[in-house]
Design a protein around this ligand. Structure first.
Ligand code: HEC
Ligand code: HEC
Ligand code: HEC
Length: 427
């Protein structure tokens, strides 16, 4: 197609899209005269319950900027379509949710719709929160209303056309979004269902751990088998991160026991490693604050996810492996050991334990090597004697690719080749 023809085709496609949107508007909402749920709890008990549920939903990580007022919003989210800012969810009547009814609040979480009928962007993970029960939404609302109101406008979103048209989200939702409360599986235990609810609804683990299509919707048939999104690396810049496969596959959560999962979510550490990167906030602000029963339930559910296996990886050439071994022994082996076994005081093992090392998408592993792993700020005694350094200035793309390939295909690992182009993409 020539350029003008292509432009006309795009305009026509957009007009059709807008037509469809107009047909689909207004957004689906619920309304009623009474409360959204009844409760026997006193106001204090309801607020305490809501606070716990807000921890499970990790609202604070996205709605509070570093050093800013709790839940006052303004945090930027880099998406392939532009930058979206989180909003003020304190009870200020002008800039927050102080003037909202319980039904308004329910509609934002269940349907991704604002009180004025505008659609919200799924950077706010209402695709998961839609499953939260009315009782729990009421408790979270009571908690948010108990916070000190903060008067603060969020910055304007910086989105390209047509993504800056909120009305288009009506079309997106009609195609990809199914609103509705979590439905328990009656063939499973109460604990399993509690775990499923926490992981799928409040915990929104799939927002990062599921692959998405080109329009940013989660691919349900590959749910929890690994996703990619933009986040900060150590040093502050944004780079793609891969969130590994949490199904029971041999390169995913199949590598860990239920106890390994519990330890990790509870303390950020387990036998193999300590968290780093984007999982730090998930653990420090959310899962580490949940009860032991809830963490056990989440691990129980996660370990039950059927494996989504991939085709076996092609083995790398002897030449690349040789090159990688040299780089590894020179720069990495002192801490991770030539056997990949790691050392209890120096560094984690790299053989058969880290989901990040085995992940089909190597983005996170490359981030760790280029920018070093940023460890969580949890107040525990340091686990390692010294931090791993950044290799972005020490090693070139080919050396990083060779070392990563060597690690991913030694000592029982079989996670495929990393190319210099994949390293260049992370720079
Ligand atoms: C992954 C980040 C993220 C998490 C976690 C998150 N939010 Fe948000 N939230 C956002 C973003 C971004 C927006 C703005 C969306 C938009 O402008 O369309 C938003 C918007 C909202 C809105 C709409 C406000 C308005 O003025 O229209 C409400 C209400 C809200 N969030 C409540 C919550 C609650 C309650 C939780 C925890 C259960 C939560 N959010 C967790 C990112 C997040
Ligand atoms: C904001 C995105 C995001 C959310 C939400 C998220 N994860 Fe992750 N997760 C990641 C990324 C990125 C990695 C790999 C890098 C790292 O560890 O930070 C990861 C790694 C992991 C690992 C493997 C750790 C390792 O080093 O091998 C586990 C297990 C895990 N996540 C579980 C969960 C669970 C359970 C939830 C829901 C409660 C969750 N994640 C929510 C982004 C996320
Ligand atoms: C000074 C000791 C030291 C050196 C040298 C070192 N590392 Fe590390 N490495 C660590 C520590 C400490 C961590 C943090 C692990 C954690 O999060 O618990 C780590 C984490 C990692 C991880 C993440 C593993 C996981 O748990 O998911 C990878 C991959 C890695 N290093 C690769 C390398 C490579 C490749 C080199 C050489 C280019 C290297 N390291 C050099 C100490 C070291």
């Amino acid at each position: 197609m020539s350029a003008p023809v292509r432009h006309i085709a795009i305009v026509v496609a957009l007009l059709i899209l807008v037509g469809l949107v107009l047909m689909l508007l207004p957004g689906n909402i619920d309304s009623g005269s009474g409360p959204i749920a009844t409760t026997e709890l006193s106001d204090e008990e309801q607020i305490a319950r809501g606070e716990y549920l807000a921890l499970a939903g990790n609202c604070v990580s996205c709605h509070t900027v570093a050093g800013g007022e709790t839940m006052a919003g303004g945090l930027p989210f880099q998406t392939p379509f532009g930058t979206i800012y989180s909003t003020n969810i304190t009870p200020d009547p002008e800039t927050g949710i102080g003037a909202w009814s319980e039904w308004d609040f329910l509609n934002s979480l269940r349907h991704g719709v604002r009180p004025d009928g505008e659609h919200l962007y799924p950077a706010f993970p209402y695709t998961a929160y839609t499953k939260v029960s009315n009782e729990d939404i009421a408790a979270i609302f009571a908690y948010l209303k108990s916070l000190p109101p903060v008067k603060q406008e969020s910055p304007q979103n910086e989105l390209d056309f047509p993504y800056n048209q909120r009305a288009l989200m009506g079309f997106w939702k009609a195609m990809f979004f199914e609103p509705g409360e979590f439905k328990p599986n009656t063939e499973r235990s109460a604990a399993w269902n509690r775990g499923a609810y926490l992981v799928e609804a409040l915990g929104h683990c799939s927002a990062c751990h599921s692959p998405r299509n080109s329009l940013g919707a989660e691919r349900i048939e590959l749910a929890m088998s690994g996703g990619e999104y933009l986040d900060r690396v150590h040093g502050g810049d944004y780079r793609p991160w891969s969130a590994p496969d949490l199904t029971s596959s041999s390169l995913g959560l199949g590598l860990w026991t239920q106890d390994d999962v519990e330890q990790y979510l509870k303390t950020s550490r387990n036998e193999f490693l300590e968290s780093f990167g984007p999982m730090n906030e998930v653990i420090i602000n959310s899962t580490s604050k949940l009860s032991d029963e809830d963490i056990a339930a989440m691990a129980d559910y996660l370990k039950s996810l059927p494996a989504i296996e991939r085709a076996a990886n092609e083995a790398p050439s002897a030449q690349i492996m040789g090159r990688g071994r040299t780089v590894y022994n020179l720069h990495c082996g002192t801490c991770h050991l030539p056997t990949g076994d790691g050392d209890p005081e120096m560094a984690p093992r790299l053989n058969q334990g880290s989901l990040v090392v085995q992940s089909p998408n190597p983005a996170s592993m490359i981030n760790v090597i280029l920018y070093s792993p940023e460890l969580p700020d949890h107040g525990l005694l340091p686990r390692w004697r010294e931090p791993m350094e950044e290799y972005q200035y020490l090693l070139d793309d080919e050396e990083v690719a060779a070392a990563a390939t060597f690690i991913r295909n030694s000592w029982g690992n079989s996670a495929g080749v990393v190319t210099p182009e994949q390293v260049a993409r992370q720079r």
